[in-house]
Design a protein around this ligand. Structure first.
Ligand code: FAD
Length: 681
């Protein structure tokens, strides 16, 4: 649509809108880009957008600005992202993301994000896992909050900006952004051809259910951490929106790839994160050499401590990628029973760092520890253990490559799902992080994703032959009625099962059996148990009968979605017989070892995405079909998709973080230089 002004009214004068579900960083950036293209937006969020889960992000956002003169570059950032993700990330979008990153951080800086600066006034950068470079820009340890508030301000500007018709005349009462906070997305409205034409949502205060026409819908609805009960995620992160779209035909990618963060505070209600930035600023992980050492940790001398990450990974030390670090912690605690006092805990120690520096750079997270544990992390090592943190998997989305192999900006295929007119971006999509996300790459992928998705949708809607706002009203009222009927049925359930109890059972099992180590016989039992929970779900009882602000019935709806996603995750884990990134199956660790398959690999799955398709229900139990290829249509074209990962930009290389630094090489995992290049060097 370059050069043309988007006509945002139909021939009958109705304003044509796009719906964005999700007001985290990904959703807000998508909204900004749509508005900049002149496309009015309806924005939906379960909570006030400033409370979206992005607000919790702590440590920072990656960009190879190289202010410290270390020789970092977007290319190195790209390669480390692909390597960290164990070659399952789609390479063209990753290259686009790494190349855009420095510009994104400078843009956020100009928007007023209070990034930490060096004494010279330059942006400061810290180290994060999976790289030896200082690449992570940060605003203390509350980076997500600062970014979210900055984007929220930009969106508020559009909430006050009027909509103009094709003649440039302001349309009375219409604004570029209409915000629907405390609304729960409950269904996509699909026409007879399966094209997405809008959505149905429920107001969580009045409980009104309403259909909304939209020329395209974009889900930016975050991760599904609550499927695992306790995690570092917010309680709203149930993954429900993706579960709904999946049930309506959208393909889910790599569901089994769930990131376990090495350092969280063990807790009965939630596992609160202690960001990787603590290790980025010099934090050290250790256990007493004698697990049953009763001394106060500050009294345990160096000789009696075991810095197990530093010993095994002499170069990356405490900053190996998260999958590697979490497995080591797990081995020490479960395998060797060498955690503190034999418990599942290790020390994360910052006490050797001056308090003033910790206060300047990490106060946001250290306050959390002090508040919830009641011990000062400035003067005592913290006790931590791994926790479910992030989903690399999510809705399958497409991309179009440009001639360099990067992302073709403005292509309607970017971030399109297989349902025409439905887009997905942020933690809820699957394409940037492969088998394991590098720390501080998520904030980047949400914002870059939004910058790409906005123009993609603008291009899609600009070329639509028929607007959703010209379709008969009955399409929306029918969907609305169907959802009202479902809601009324749920609200009148009076069986013997407590939905919160079912969720507890699900979460405990998923946390125990589908996280760091996976074993097929155990996964088979998990899948059977999910089926049993789905059957028991039919017999739930409503524990709150309020007509307004009812929280129990929406929770039941979310529980149904969590059960569906739990199956996608567990069956995906069963199907992937290999060790890759965060997905670790000890039984397959040594299989298929050869030059190109250095770690245990299953050839069936080597460099493939898991593509899950809803297979309906049988006796209350949901079914998943795994597919290897499919076609979808967009802008009058059929697009053929396979499960092969695009590895056109970077050759495979061994993922080995145990090496020592080679002379003159910043990164020991870097590709070996071809002979003549090496000779020149
Ligand atoms: C504790 C913590 C710290 C982190 N720190 C970092 C960090 O330092 N650096 C980094 O890169 N990453 C970090 N991450 C990861 C990162 O914060 C998230 O991946 C990212 O913020 C997700 O953004 P998002 O916009 O995709 O989704 P979210 O911010 O989760 O937003 C989702 C939105 O969707 C809405 N929504 C969901 N379902 C519905 C529905 N049914 N109807 C209506 N609205 C709905 C929600 O209301 C919300 O507005 C951290 C994660 C955690 C848990």
């Amino acid at each position: 649509m370059a050069g043309s002004k988007y006509v945002c009214t139909t021939s009958s004068g109705k304003v044509r809108r796009v719906a964005v579900v999700g007001g985290g960083l990904a959703g807000l950036m998508t909204v900004i880009k749509l508005c900049e293209a002149g496309v009015p937006v309806d924005l939906f969020s379960l909570v006030p957008v400033k409370r979206s889960h992005s607000v919790c992000a702590q440590g920072g956002i990656n960009a190879s600005v190289n202010t410290k003169g270390e020789g970092d570059s977007p290319r190195v950032h790209f390669e480390e992202t692909v390597l960290g993700g164990d070659f399952l990330a789609q390479q063209p979008p990753c290259l686009g993301m790494a190349e855009a990153a420095p510009g994104i951080v400078h843009l956020l800086d100009r928007m007023g994000v209070p990034f930490n600066r060096t004494p010279e006034g330059l942006l400061d950068f810290r180290r994060f896992g999976g790289t030896l470079y200082h690449r992570t820009a940060f605003a203390g340890a509350t980076t997500g909050q600062q970014l979210l508030y900055a984007l929220d301000e930009q969106v508020r500007r559009f909430e006050t900006q009027g909509v103009e018709d094709a003649q440039g005349v302001a349309i009375p009462g219409e604004k570029m952004v209409r915000k629907f906070e405390f609304w729960d997305f409950v269904q996509l409205v699909l026409d007879d051809e399966g094209t997405c034409r809008g959505l149905v949502a429920q107001d969580l205060k009045s409980m009104e259910i309403r259909g909304f026409a939209a020329d395209a819908v974009c889900l930016a609805t975050g991760g599904p951490g609550i499927v695992f009960g306790r995690s570092t995620n917010s309680t709203i992160n149930t993954g429900i929106a993706n579960a709904i779209a999946y049930k309506q035909g959208a393909i889910y990618g790599n569901g089994e790839l769930i990131q376990i963060h090495p350092t969280a505070i063990p807790g009965a209600d939630k596992l609160r994160l202690i960001s990787e930035s603590a290790r980025g600023e010099g934090g050290r992980i250790w256990v007493p050499k004698d697990a049953m050492d009763k001394r106060d940790p500050m009294q345990i001398p160096e000789k009696d401590r075991r810095y197990f990450l530093e010993d095994k990974y002499p170069l990356y030390k405490n900053l190996v990628p998260r999958d590697v670090a979490s497995r080591e912690l797990f081995k020490v605690c479960y395998g060797e029973k060498a955690g503190i006092m034999g418990r599942n805990e290790v020390y994360l120690d910052l006490t050797h760092i001056p308090e003033a520096m910790l206060r300047k750079k990490l106060a946001g997270i250290l306050e959390i520890y002090e508040k919830f544990v009641g011990v000062s992390p400035y003067h005592n090592p913290m006790k931590v253990f791994p926790a479910v943190h992030y989903s690399m998997g999510g809705m399958w989305v497409d991309f179009e490559r440009d001639e360099r192999g990067s992302l073709k900006h403005g292509s309607p295929r970017n971030h399109a799902t297989n349902i025409t007119g439905l887009y997905n971006v942020g933690e809820s999509d699957y394409q940037y992080h492969g088998g394991n996300r590098l720390g501080a790459n998520s904030l980047l992928s949400t914002i870059y994703g939004g910058m790409v998705t906005g123009p993609a949708i603008a291009s899609y809607v600009d070329n639509l032959d028929r607007s959703a706002f010209d379709l008969p009203e009955s399409l929306f009222s029918k969907a609305e009625k169907a959802e009202q009927k479902k809601y009324d049925e749920l609200a009148s359930k009076d069986g013997d099962e407590n939905p919160y109890g079912l969720h507890k059972e699900l979460g405990e099992m998923m946390l125990r059996d589908v996280t760091i180590e996976r074993h097929n016989p155990v996964l088979e039992k998990v899948i059977e148990k999910i089926g049993e929970l789905e059957e028991r779900y039919k017999n739930v009882a409503v524990v709150d009968s309020s007509a307004k602000a009812n929280q129990a019935v929406p929770f039941m709806r979310h529980l149904e979605g969590m059960l569906i996603l739990a199956r996608v995750i567990a069956e995906g884990a069963l199907a992937r017989n290999e060790c890759r990134g965060a997905h670790y199956k000890p039984d397959y660790d040594d299989k298929n070892k050869d030059a190109t398959h250095p770690i245990g690999r299953d050839d069936q799955n080597w460099l493939r995405s898991t593509l899950a398709k809803w297979g309906g229900r049988e006796g209350g139990r949901s079914k998943v079909e795994f597919i290897r290829e499919f076609d979808y249509s967009l802008a009058g074209q059929r697009v053929h998709v396979t499960d092969q990962v695009d590895i056109s930009l970077m050759a495979l290389r061994k993922r080995d973080y145990t090496k020592k630094k080679a002379a003159n090489a910043a990164d020991p995992t870097a590709a070996p230089k071809p002979a003549e290049e090496a000779a020149k060097a």
